[in-house]
Design a protein around this ligand. Structure first.
Ligand SMILES: C[S@@+](CC[C@H](N)C(=O)[O-])C[C@H]1O[C@@H](n2cnc3c(N)ncnc32)[C@H](O)[C@@H]1O
Length: 228
């Protein structure tokens, strides 16, 4: 492929064996995606942990990921392909639904990924993003005490970092890109996706932030807007 490093190859066994997805993730994904039929592509599907949620809503899940080892575990949970989400191997206007769960902090090229999502979605197609909360998670947030998250300077620094409040998680292993809230939210309309609905998950301070967006049907068609 295009030489993009699959950091998750190194940690796929640990991820499958020990990593516990947040329980609220399934509910947020289900609430925003809703029921439907036809193909639903998960970009960065990893080990396929969300295939069952997608299937239970009536959709037919398919997945893609950069990491061969993560896909080794996903195989059997949903049909998968190895690909870079910045170059989706699908025709224009071909998919009714796309989801991305806990991946934008692994994708420094997330704006390009969103443009690809818009390209492959059918007019009227739905895109659901569920990711870590941009305000309360990152190298600038110490979550060691869930009752009092400590925010340190660094929120506006979007650089890639492995700094984490724990040495037992994903981020201290593979690092993370950080998108301040305005950059993350602006990236959807800049890609030509219309924002529809939002969600926040977990108590007392949210860990996840989710978005439902849509590609407009012809008539309401909008071209991507230029970044400010
Ligand atoms: C934190 S894991 C999330 C996996 C799954 N969505 C879940 O919630 O369990 C992030 C995944 O994104 C994949 N990934 C990162 N960059 C990617 C890219 N450019 N294209 C496709 N997959 C990518 C990684 O290989 C990894 O499997």
């Amino acid at each position: 492929m295009d030489g993009v490093k699959a950091a998750y190859d190194e940690i796929a066994d640990w991820y499958e064996r020990e990593f516990q997805p947040l329980p609220g993730l399934y509910r947020q994904l289900g609430d925003l995606l809703g029921s439907g039929t036809g193909l639903c592509l998960e970009i960065g599907c990893g080990t396929g942990a969300h295939a069952e949620t997608v299937r239970s809503l009536g959709w037919t899940p398919i997945g893609l990921d950069l990491s061969t080892k993560m896909l080794g575990y996903a195989n059997g949970r949903l049909p998968v392909a190895r690909a870079n989400a910045e170059h989706l191997p699908f025709a224009d206007d071909s998919l009714p639904a796309v989801v991305s769960v806990m991946v934008h902090t692994d994708m420094p090229g997330y704006p390009a990924v969103l443009r690809e999502v818009r390209r492959v979605l059918r007019p009227g197609g739905v895109f659901v993003h569920v990711g870590v909360h941009p305000c309360f998670c990152g190298h600038f947030a110490d979550r060691a005490d869930p009752a009092s998250i400590v925010i340190t300077p660094g929120y506006h620094d979007g650089s890639w970092t492995k700094k984490s409040w724990t040495d037992q998680g994903v981020r201290n292993r593979v690092g993370a890109a950080h998108w301040p809230a305005h950059q993350l939210l602006n990236a959807f309309p800049e890609a030509g996706l219309t924002l529809e609905r939002f969600g926040e998950g977990d108590e007392p301070t949210p860990i996840t932030f989710s978005v439902r967006a849509r590609k407009q049907c012809t008539g309401g068609h909008r071209e991507p807007v230029a970044a400010a």
